[in-house]
Ligand binder design. Structure first.
Ligand code: ADP
Length: 316
């Protein structure tokens, strides 16, 4: 048991009952125990669907998901007993106090009496909510509410915490705060944390990432390793007649140049040399050239040829 992956996804495919096309296509990967694992992808890439499958709210159309060695389709209830779930939209009872929310959650899982009181006490302590026990959930700030939701999700001592877009609606300070608590959780209890996100800063905090695009897994690994796939620095060129300029740069300098949205993108080592050469070669066509270390957005572009924040082609 100890050696089972926290989550194992094998050739997973999913199509919604009235859907036109598969939303997840042939996903295979493992999440090891104690990892903080991010599912990163643009809107519509299938993250929430995967979250619903891992949390047994949906069943795979084809392929398998197992959680700590238990196949989700065989025993959804067994899987649910092992996981804590934090939904994208707050699932607190706003008219109840912090304490009452925790108690209600405990009763839902059949925990009561002294055991429940002790667990609530220790979780409110860990999440720094003890002083707020009597406050109504509706009076808490977004950050405190999210903390309370995570605390709720941990009440039955799950070994795996699965969260859908946990930073949604949080300001930057509250995000940092949430991450501090998550790290503490992993360190203290070796809880495995899986979260979906479309935010690069959040993805950077994860130990490993699975990057999704249109339902397929396009990359898997630690953020720094993923960045190293990008060939050196990233040059972005803005200018006139980019299609034509792209071909000219390729012919003259032999680099692979991509046209993504309104930019030409060139990945290159020792890129600063090329910048001055470009400016000299095409002074009339180039409006600006910038150079940067690769980000996770560049990683996405590298693997898919598309920008992460794809613009609406109709300009809406
Ligand atoms: P993400 O969380 O990455 O934004 P989703 O998993 O929500 O992606 O959606 C992936 C795709 O599945 C989208 O094209 C979306 O329109 C479609 N989809 C989501 N929910 C349903 C549903 N209940 N029925 C049919 N299609 C759906």
């Amino acid at each position: 048991m100890e050696h089972d992956a926290a989550v194992s996804v094998n050739n997973l495919n999913f199509i919604y009952p009235r859907g036109q096309r598969p939303v997840l296509r042939g996903l295979s990967f493992k999440i090891e125990q104690g990892e903080v694992f991010g599912l990163l992808g643009p809107n519509g890439s299938g993250k929430t669907t995967l979250f619903r499958l891992i949390t047994t709210l949906l069943r795979p159309s084809r392929g398998e998901i197992s959680v700590f060695g238990i196949e989700a389709a065989d025993c959804p209830a067994c899987v649910r007993a092992k996981i804590g779930v934090v939904f994208q939209y707050p699932a607190l009872d706003k008219k109840l106090t912090v304490m009452e929310n925790m108690k209600a959650q405990g009763h839902l899982y059949g925990i009561s009496g002294r055991v429940l009181a002790k667990r609530i006490d220790s979780l409110l302590d860990i999440f720094n909510l003890k002083e707020r026990g009597r406050e109504m959930a509706e009076n808490l700030s977004g950050g405190l509410r999210r903390r309370l939701e995570i605390a709720k999700g941990l009440l039955h001592r799950p070994r795996l915490l699965v969260m859908d877009e946990p930073s949604t609606g949080l300001d930057p300070a509250a995000r940092l705060d949430m991450w501090r608590y998550l790290r503490e959780l992993v360190k203290e209890f070796r809880t495995t944390v899986v979260l979906t996100t479309h935010l690069m800063e959040e993805a950077e905090q994860c130990g490993r990432l699975a990057i999704l695009s249109e339902g397929s897994l396009v990359a898997l690994g630690r953020p720094e390793d993923l960045r190293s796939h990008v060939g050196g620095d990233v040059i972005r060129v803005k200018g006139l007649n980019l299609g034509d300029l792209r071909v000219k740069i390729q012919n003259q300098f032999g680099n692979n140049v991509r046209l993504v949205d309104d930019n030409l993108i060139i990945e290159r080592r020792q890129a600063h040399e090329l910048i001055s050469q470009l400016a000299q070669a095409f002074p009339d066509q180039i409006e600006s050239v910038t150079l940067a270390k690769p980000t996770l957005e560049d990683v996405f572009m590298h693997f898919t040829g598309r920008s992460f924040q794809r613009r609406d082609p109709n300009g809406a």
